[in-house]
Write a protein that binds this ligand. Structure first.
Ligand code: PEP
Ligand code: MG
Length: 542
């Protein structure tokens, strides 16, 4: 038995087989072949397998997130069957008498260069698709399992760390837990694990290596321990822990339908954070009072190109309708830093967390921003949508946003497209600057929501992605709590409400302090809603 220790991000226990995920890096060699017929046959077979994978992916994505988001896998199927693409690969094999892998690589490079050079933005976006389709063929030829979206049984995912564009591919129904070499408790893998309510240990270091692929593992999210090839005594002990965790979950279920009220009668709203519409079922199952943060950037991350207005409208409408009149706070695009989508073509930056991200992209690439706002306003007709803006640092930014909002509303009016006039708009308080000028910001918006993940990062100057800084990471630091208090006082002075949607909102060691500060809403991972409700109901503030 091997025991590894790391940082736990969710309290639960799981047992299963390790699948070690390694990012694909295909290095292609060119060599001469005599049997070109044999290469052509291999091509036909690989193509059939890839097509079958894409069909399966399409069906699963339709079920998960709807037709609009699944369309990309249909496009990929068409590309694989595109005559020019197929002929190019076949011609390279026969005319140069070379291997299939080389022919695929060369075709991929040629076609993607051709698409990139086109004037039309849509066609430029197809460059990434050709590459993707070609990578799929190569993976089939190399006998690689499609590691993240082709899991055949429930497993424990091991990796260095997963970036958001990788987590969106995961077939979540097949993930029992995560064990990561790197990653901090605030990383996106950690947030995903919490939202799925499954055990995850981060920061296990290089000792967690590929040799353990396929081995049996127990992940103890209570102690931050990972047991590889567990002995029978450990396994028995962990079985018991699993039973206890199950009993605790069942006890929490009894809190469904109950109020979030302290013993002395203080009420607080407990909402849920989501990344995609597939999470809505979890929100309902955990009886959240609304959605306090819909991270809309995940719609962009799971796409190979800018999601269209229709695609976005469908997702926002679905959220609004599912929540049936309850508040749904949708945060506008927060791309950049650790959330990268290739098609944005963002420059590599020295300090991405301090760089061109979130509202800074929206205010400078207004066509992207306006498309999203149009979709949001249109969806406002189907429920109680509120719009929230990320990474605000100044009143000037908010005024610029208001100008753009106004233009969008005027355009919609001109086109006779209905929308609600009184959509609430709010901002994230996730920079110290925003907290410090929150007296002025409160006059401009309807609500604040504190993003403690970034507020901690920027206040303590601690990169949220850097596990080496964990010893210095103190989310309970007075500086952060004072900034939250300041924002709460300033919001209330203007009669506005304030919530917390960062991970700290679910930290039950702080629930009492947050309520004493006057926080009106806590938005937490769906799996934490009932846990926080339990805590609130145990408190007496009198
Ligand atoms: C935050 O910063 O606390 C937050 C909620 O936003 P994200 O984690 O998506 O950056
Ligand atoms: Mg943030």
């Amino acid at each position: 038995m091997v025991v590894l220790k790391g940082k736990s991000v969710f309290h639960d226990v799981c047992m299963g087989k390790i699948v070690f995920y390694k990012r694909k890096e295909h290095t292609i060699k060119r060599y001469k072949v005599e049997d070109t017929e044999g290469e052509l046959k291999r091509f036909r077979e690989a193509k059939e397998t890839a097509l079958a994978q894409l069909k399966e992916l399409y069906n699963r994505t339709v079920a998960d997130v709807g037709e609009a988001n699944a369309a990309i896998f249909e496009i990929h199927q068409m590309m694989l069957e595109d005559l020019d693409y197929v002929e190019s690969i076949e011609n390279i094999i026969t005319s140069q008498q070379v291997n299939l892998e080389y022919a695929i690589g060369a075709t991929s490079d040629n076609f993607s260069a051709m698409f990139s050079a086109m004037d039309d933005a849509y066609m430029q976006g197809r460059a990434a698709d050709v590459k993707d389709v070609s990578e799929r063929l190569l993976a089939v030829l190399l006998g690689e399992e499609e590691s993240l979206n082709q899991l055949t049984e429930p497993v424990v995912i091991a990796a260095d760390d997963l970036v958001p564009s990788e987590t969106v591919q995961l077939d979540k129904s097949k993930v029992l837990g995560f064990i990561m070499q790197n990653g901090s408790t605030n990383s996106h893998t950690a947030i995903l694990a919490r939202s799925m309510g499954i055990p995850a240990i981060v920061g296990l270091g290089e000792k967690l290596c590929e040799d353990y692929n396929g081995k049996k593992v127990v992940v103890d999210g209570f102690d931050g321990a990972v047991y590889i090839d567990p002995d029978s005594e450990t396994e028995a002990r962990m079985q018991e822990k699993m039973q206890q965790a199950k009993a605790h979950k069942e006890m929490l279920q009894e809190l469904k339908g109950k109020e979030n009220v302290t013993r002395d009668g203080r009420k607080v709203k407990i909402f849920a954070n989501i990344g995609k519409t597939a999470d809505l079922a979890n929100v309902l199952a955990n009886d959240a009072g609304g959605i306090g943060l819909f991270r809309s950037e995940f719609l962009y991350l799971e796409n190979d190109d800018y999601p269209t207005e229709e695609q976005q409208f469908a997702a926002y409408k679905q959220a609004a309708e599912t929540m049936a009149g309850k508040t749904v706070v949708i945060r506008t695009l927060d791309i950049g830093a650790d959330k990268q989508a290739d098609y944005f073509k963002l420059d590599k930056e020295e300090n991405p967390a301090l760089g061109y991200r979130a509202i800074r992209i929206c205010l400078t690439r207004t066509e992207i921003f306006k498309t999203q706002l149009r979709a949001l306003y249109r969806a406002s007709m189907f429920g109680n949508i509120a719009i929230m803006y990320p990474m605000i640092t100044s009143v000037e930014e908010v005024r610029q946003i208001k100008e753009i909002e106004k233009e969008v509303r005027e355009e919609l009016k001109k086109e006779g497209i209905p929308f609600k006039e009184d959509v609430e708009t709010g901002i994230m308080i996730e920079t110290p600057a925003a907290a410090l000028v929150s007296d002025e910001l409160a006059k401009e918006v309807d609500f604040f929501s504190v993003g403690t993940n970034d507020l901690t990062q920027y206040t303590l100057a601690i990169d949220r992605q850097n596990q080496n800084l964990e010893p210095f990471y103190n989310p309970h630091h007075k500086a952060i709590l004072r900034l939250i208090q300041m924002a709460a006082d300033n919001a209330h002075a203007e009669g506005k409400w304030i919530g917390i949607c960062g991970e700290l909102g679910a930290d039950t060691a702080l629930t009492e302090e947050f309520l004493r500060m006057g926080i009106d809403e806590l938005s937490v991972s769906p799996s934490m809603v009932l846990e926080v409700r339990k805590k609130v109901r145990e408190l007496d503030l009198s």
